[in-house]
Design a protein around this ligand. Structure first.
Ligand SMILES: O=C(CO)COP(=O)(O)O
Length: 252
């Protein structure tokens, strides 16, 4: 059984003060024990957040990292630095990083390998643009992104990763992929993993959906066989919404 994950991606939102208040609001509510709860916060808040969530059910993630341990890479943060403040997850290859910060399939691959070396769980993002969806090439694109991301990664390491399917056209637009569209690609990702590794490995890897996930569409998405959770942007910034997502099973 794959344990569901609800991961919040705060993106470039919240000062330390605002972050403290959001974390304390989330921790003030009951969270389903059946779900792995992750918040991926800005670098400036990681250290403080780490202290706030220690001993609670919330796990901490970063939104990016460099693949090297240290060196002359102005402005970058290394996996060792994330280890030091007990970060457990790291988002790799988010479409916003691919689009605005020159992230490529090659750098994504290097970062995944490095994250695994330093015992960080990579949340590897893949997804197509509206143009790619409309010209019908999106399945090839997903296959290429997944294949390149996992190049040279053993199956023992692959099972430690999490993949997030985030269609770019559904991010922050309020336009969710239908649960059938999301399931189609999450199932495709699993079949690509089966080709790259084997059926057993592909069944162990958790595949999340991301893109305008809200309390009113979470249940339908989570009912899908190949969707193991959600990577959530906007709705993770509101304690009530985020907690409702985590408690999707309880709130019948
Ligand atoms: O990019 C996302 C999560 O990484 C999705 O963002 P929204 O939930 O705001 O659409």
């Amino acid at each position: 059984m794959r344990k569901p994950i609800i991961a919040g991606n705060w993106k470039m939102n919240n000062t330390i003060k605002q972050g403290e208040s959001l974390v304390s609001d989330i921790l003030g509510k009951d969270l389903s024990r059946d779900v792995e709860v992750v918040i991926c916060v800005p670098f400036t808040f990681l250290d403080r957040a780490s202290k706030l969530v220690t001993g609670t059910q919330i796990k901490l993630g970063a939104q990016n990292m460099h693949w090297e341990e240290k060196g002359a890479y102005t402005g970058e943060i290394s996996p060792v630095m994330l280890n030091e403040i007990k970060v457990e997850y790291v988002i790799i290859g988010h479409s916003e990083r691919r689009q605005y910060f020159n992230e490529t399939d090659e750098t994504v691959n290097k970062k995944i390998k490095s994250a695994l070396t330093y015992n960080l769980t990579p949340i590897v993002c893949v997804g197509e643009s509206l143009e790619e969806r409309e010209n019908g090439k999106y399945k090839e694109l997903i296959e290429s992104q997944v294949t390149k991301a996992f190049e040279g990664i053993t199956k023992e390491d692959a099972v430690k990763t999490v993949i997030a399917y985030e269609p770019i056209w559904a991010i922050g637009t309020g336009k969710t992929a239908s649960s059938e569209q999301a399931e189609e690609i999450c199932a495709l990702i699993r079949s690509i993993l089966e080709k790259l590794y084997d059926a057993d490995t592909s069944q162990k890897i958790r595949v999340l959906y991301g893109g305008s996930v809200k309390p009113d569409n979470i249940k339908e998405l989570m009912n899908m066989e190949n969707i193991d959770g959600a990577l959530v942007g906007g709705a993770s910034l509101k304690a009530n919404d985020f907690v409702q997502l985590v408690n999707y099973k309880l709130e019948e």
